[in-house]
Design a protein around this ligand. Sequence first.
Ligand SMILES: [Zn+2]
Length: 548
Amino acid sequence: MWIGIKYFKNVEHIKLLTMGKFISEVIKRKRFISRRQLAKETLTLVGGLIVIPEVFMKKKEAGINQDIPIERNKTFAFQIGKKTFLNDDFLLESKTAEILFHEHAEALPIIDYHCHLPPNEISSNKQFQNLTQIWLAGDHYKMRAMRANGVEEKYITGNADDYSKFLKWAETVPYTLRNPLFHWTHLELKRYFGIDTILNSTTAKEVYEIASSLLQTEKFRTQNLIKDKNVEIVCTTDDPIDKLQYHQEIISQGYPVKVLPAWRPDKALAVENPENFNKYVDNLSEVSDVNISGYQDLIDALTRRQDFFKSMGCKLSDHGLESFLFEEYSDLEINRIFSKIRSHRKLSFQEMQKFKTALLLQLCEMNFQFGWTQQFHVGALRNNNTRMFKSLGPDKGFDSMGDFEFAKSMAKFLDRLEQKQKLTKTIVYNLNPRDNDLIVTMLGNFNDGVIPGKMQYGSAWWFLDQKDGIEKQLNALSNHGLLGRFIGMLTDSRSFLSYPRHEYFRRILCNLIANDVEKGELPTDLKWLGKIIEDICYYNAKSYLNFQ
Ligand SMILES: [Zn+2]
């Protein structure tokens, strides 16, 4: 006779397979089971363990589901809560968490208000040849993991063939356990390709073939990859000189997902290298049709571009900074500094600080005038490996967290804007978790009592975009600010297969709140908590970013 545990989510969902017949047993709570029932029932619950009575043990000779450890004594028991990997209740540790996620978070649309998807690959509705092309190319998280696993560069960024590269990645995956890559990898295989297999060197070929053949179908062209994940709005990241022709094309195609540009003028601040800076200013001059001879011309040109971005539906700016900086300056000084660099002379460190402070403050005032939300991504120390930077260029996995000191400069910077009453809605993302409390308390100084959640402490970013980092961000925000006003998750990704990261975030959020309920630290008012979760996952971003 067979007895096997088919599957169970918890004690309320136990299904037994016995005598070849499927018997569904639902055991509600320990207290509802009498001694008599206990003798009769196949299962009961004792002290957190599910116990199968001895009478059944005698009949189980033919074997029991091999997943379950069996002790050959009077009873055998196993810990409740054992889950299969990546099941429906992945990351949800309680019934409350399951309810919050499945009933309030799971089905909501996605607003991906900051990402790096290439607009041309959306407008061309690109089809990828194979899994390596869509999944590995350009993914610096995977590049780092492969290098750490001793994989030669030719299989990472080099000229090895696509399958060989994939195989090296598959060989690396088992070593990524407990790194977010392990979860992302299998979540993406499952959600996009329906593949449940754990990726490793043995399964690589099968996974590659199934996924690569699916990639040849319509469903796997970029527009469907986004749309089918219930994405409502995508904000890309674009330079002021970008003509946004791909955004135009997407609109004219009538694509139902809104793909909007976002303004990232970092190159206008990159005065370290006069040659590159001047080339950039010349390009800006051409695109904006403004002859840029003085600093004010630069501002005029940028304003024109900003007008154009606004006409294309842009609602956000984004600024990548090592650190907030603040150096006092006069207008005269800035004009002189600009003339100096335009005549191809190198600026001193202090001149660079002054120029960057002045221009970034100016750009922030412009963000305010346009009614945009401004984002600051702060704290990355980039291109740390000179040899690799020289051979591969930026964004190839040689960046890490910095330890910049910026509390005072951040305060002065935001305060200067606030004094002029030109501080627009602001989101700050940090990269070093030691700064979590600093950032969120600093932002709290500048809420204005008008716009709910005006100063946002942004979602866990890059190295912090994993379970521990997400929980730490949510905890810091809860401790010092208003979690209920948080505008939630974004992918910040270059990959078309990253949308399950929203699901990942939502599960962690629901679980965190549910754990408080389980501990009696929050009331069991799931209607209210469910509403808060819906807001964080979708509605807050929608209203905060004016996406009505
Ligand atoms: Zn980004």
